[in-house]
Design a protein around this ligand. Structure first.
Ligand code: PXL
Length: 276
């Protein structure tokens, strides 16, 4: 049976991130996907590609959610940029009533744009405890925990444990390009297993959509019945290829190339998993 996944996310018209990334990633896994649009991100080419975000009306998001859920029986949900407190709460209310695997990408900022940190408390209270897997980067993890900067692998481990203690079933804290060193390191914790995942760093620069694609690849794996730790390992491999194959664009932040693992695999990309 074909697995089905729903993303609740913003639209990134540049195509690397947001629901565009999610749907392309679902497709790579052979998962049928659809999307609830929470906001639309555009750029002003006359102002150095400054971001603008248009938020969908809460009522329109509610109608999309209701429609999608009525049409399909989903095997997993993923959320990305939720935009407003109301849309985040709406999603939380839905999640409280069911046990679908849920991947929570706690997007608080968009690379190169302003912050949405006012959602932090709402995330911690309402969405973190619903997550099957939550996928914060270093900054998001620090914000969720009200911590100072996270800078070392030991910080990643502590953050993964602390976010698990906030109620998330599985946590993967992403060191990514932001953590110093030759490897891209992520730490997974689910209360039993603590795993350090690493790949050779294939880009020192940030790539637009890497985080969205990682979370949606995990959701696709969960939708197909993979365990959280296996879904994370597979997602890391696919997304590392997608980062290696990144496309330059006019914004200066290259776009993730979602089908790269299949079409343009990079040499030397392998995921190493070590239980800590
Ligand atoms: O990568 C964060 C992100 C999430 N969602 C949308 C975005 C971005 C960053 O560009 O545009 C819609």
């Amino acid at each position: 049976m074909v697995a089905r996944a729903l993303t609740i996310a913003g639209s990134d018209v540049s195509g690397g991130a947001g629901l565009e990334a999610d749907l392309k990633m679902f497709e790579e896994f052979g998962v049928f996907g659809t999307a609830v649009v929470t906001c639309i991100v555009t750029f002003d080419p006359e102002k150095d590609f400054e971001h603008a975000i248009d938020f969908m009306e809460t009522e329109v998001i509610a109608r999309q959610l209701k429609s999608a859920l009525a049409v399909h029986s989903f095997d997993a949900l993923k959320s990305g940029m939720l935009g407003t407190a109301e849309s985040a709460l709406q999603l939380a209310r839905y999640l409280e009533g069911n046990s679908l695997p849920y991947v929570f990408d706690p997007v608080l900022v968009c690379k190169g744009s302003g912050t949405m940190v006012d959602l932090k408390d709402l995330f911690v209270e309402n969405l973190v405890p619903q997550a099957t897997v939550i996928t914060p980067n270093l900054e998001e993890a620090a914000t969720l925990l009200g911590a100072e900067k996270l800078e070392t692998e030991a910080d990643l481990v502590e953050a993964a444990k602390a976010i698990h203690a906030l109620g998330a079933a599985g946590v993967v804290v992403k060191g990514g390009a932001r953590l110093d060193g030759d490897e891209a390191v992520d730490v997974f914790y689910d209360g039993y297993t603590l795993v350090r995942f690493s790949t050779p760093k294939v880009s020192d620069a940030l790539v637009n959509g890497a985080g969205c694609s990682f979370a949606s690849a995990i959701a696709a794996g969960l939708a197909q019945g993979a365990s959280a730790v296996d879904a994370v390992a597979e997602a890391k491999e696919v997304v590392t290829h997608a980062i290696a194959g990144r496309l330059p664009n006019a914004t200066g932040v290259p776009s993730t190339l979602h089908p790269a693992a299949r079409l343009y695999p990079a040499e030397g990309v392998a995921v190493t998993a070590r239980e800590l």
